[in-house]
Design a protein around this ligand. Structure first.
Ligand code: CMC
Length: 400
């Protein structure tokens, strides 16, 4: 029998794998991909170079990077049947649901599964990295009633995505900053969506199902969805003067402040620091954002009130302000996170396949045993049903 005391809600602190992909030091605020500090990668590498590093474990030499970029470029287009399927999605649907469905649909078109073939692994990784941005941009165009914009071969990964989204070539600084955002979001050890990807991968299903399950997990407001919620919160606060009363109310209601707190970081997330610098670069060139002052005041106020609990800005706090300045609609913030995190999911997929054992944790059963079976005619009416019945009777009596 396992003691109840052994149960760790949310599996906090329980090692789920041995991994050499990334490392977080939550006390010092350090994040490394394959041993390299995130700040250095953000400054010196492109997102595709980082994706290569994460998936294949080393920075590529020039020829390797050139051919990787070329492969990605030649797989950016999506099948017209996928495009037509996406046209049938309701335009009011959330883009994360559209992305999850479209990512899963790739499995219908690329059905061959050869998980022990390195060429297959590479092709699947290239397809997912190449097509996911195209699918996000295509849904954005189609929900506005327009045809999707075809990818442009003369633009690099990030510039091409922004082009497909807005139908105009982006400013080079904006494209570079977006690329850095992708690098910052590319990987983060065993978070909820990566764990989801690993569990799905461990069944030896296809990589499109692996990514689709991870996209579904990322969508929640406690995970990737928080970046969208941060902007909603800043809009609700409305002014610098309202920050403290708003925060008081959240704390009094024991509500979570979006974009703050982290299971691992007990100091400011290093990605939030870089994102804040990127936001400032954008504001310098394109004008300040009205919500930035509110965000700064909120960061100070939260630190004063909750700093002792280790509650500081996480990656989602400043990313929304950057994306907003880049002209990305709020409900695309999490799909953009997914575009980046595909690199990390694929790295964990590949790592999982190299040492696979299906995930099958256990539980501590808290239910009863040896219950008598009650025939249907002798079962008690549940209270829930009584309430529904009396409501129905009430409506009937009142002729409604
Ligand atoms: N606002 C106020 N209090 C908080 C917050 C917050 N954002 N986060 C944690 N706390 C408090 C919490 O109330 C609890 O206090 P007490 O011990 O007095 O009851 C304590 O800190 C521990 O919180 P927890 O909920 O047990 O922490 P967790 O590790 O289970 O949750 C988290 C981590 C990220 C889900 C949580 O901090 C949260 O909900 N944050 C807001 C949503 C958010 O910004 N999510 C993005 C996370 S980073 C990117 C990603 O993973 O996608």
């Amino acid at each position: 029998m396992i003691a109840v005391s052994e149960f760790k809600p949310g599996l906090e602190g329980v090692p789920a794998t041995l991994s050499s992909i990334s490392c977080v030091d939550g006390q010092q605020g350090i994040l490394e991909y394959r041993g390299i500090r995130i700040e250095e990668l953000a400054e010196k590498s492109s997102f595709l170079e980082v994706a290569y590093l994460l998936i294949w474990g080393k920075l590529p030499i020039k020829e390797e990077l050139d051919s990787f970029k070329h492969e990605i470029q030649s797989h950016r287009r999506i099948k017209y049947r996928i495009r037509d399927m996406m046209k049938c999605f309701p335009e009011t649907g959330h883009p994360m649901d559209a992305l999850q469905t479209s990512a899963a649909a790739l499995g219908l078109f690329y059905a061959r599964r050869a998980l022990d073939d390195p060429q297959y692994i590479r092709k699947a990784a290239v397809r997912l990295l190449a097509k996911i941005p195209t699918m996000v941009a295509a849904f954005q165009m189609m929900r506005k009633g327009n045809d999707p914009i075809q990818p442009r071969d003369d633009l690099d990964y990030s510039a091409n995505f922004l082009y497909m989204l807005n139908e105009r070539e982006p400013d080079p600084l904006a494209a570079r900053i977006f690329d850095v955002c992708l690098t910052l979001h590319a990987e983060h050890t065993i978070n909820a969506s990566t764990f989801s990807a690993m569990v799905t991968a461990s069944t030896l299903t296809d990589p499109y199902a692996v990514v689709a399950s991870a996209v579904g997990t990322l969508a929640g407001p406690l995970h990737g969805g928080a970046n969208e919620e941060v902007l909603v919160m800043l809009e609700e606060i409305g002014s610098v003067g309202n920050v403290r009363p708003y925060l008081d109310q959240l704390i009094a209601n024991k509500a979570k402040i979006m974009g703050f707190g982290h299971r691992v970081y007990k100091v400011k997330d290093p990605r939030a620091t870089v994102l804040q610098q990127l936001a400032e670069q954008l504001f310098e060139k394109f004008g300040r954002d009205e919500y930035y002052e509110i965000a700064l005041e909120l960061e100070t106020a939260v630190e004063e009130r909750l700093g002792h609990k280790g509650i500081y800005p996480n990656v989602d706090f400043y990313s929304g302000l950057v994306y907003r300045k880049l002209g990305i609609p709020e409900d695309l913030f999490t799909p953009v996170f997914a575009i980046a995190r595909v690199a990390g999911w694929l790295a964990h997929w590949k790592e999982q396949l190299g040492k696979n054992r299906i995930f099958r944790p256990t539980q501590i059963y808290t239910g009863s045993h040896e219950e008598p079976y009650i025939p249907i005619e002798r079962r008690a009416v549940s209270l829930e049903r009584v309430r529904v019945d009396s409501l129905e009777q009430h409506l009937e009596r009142n002729g409604k």
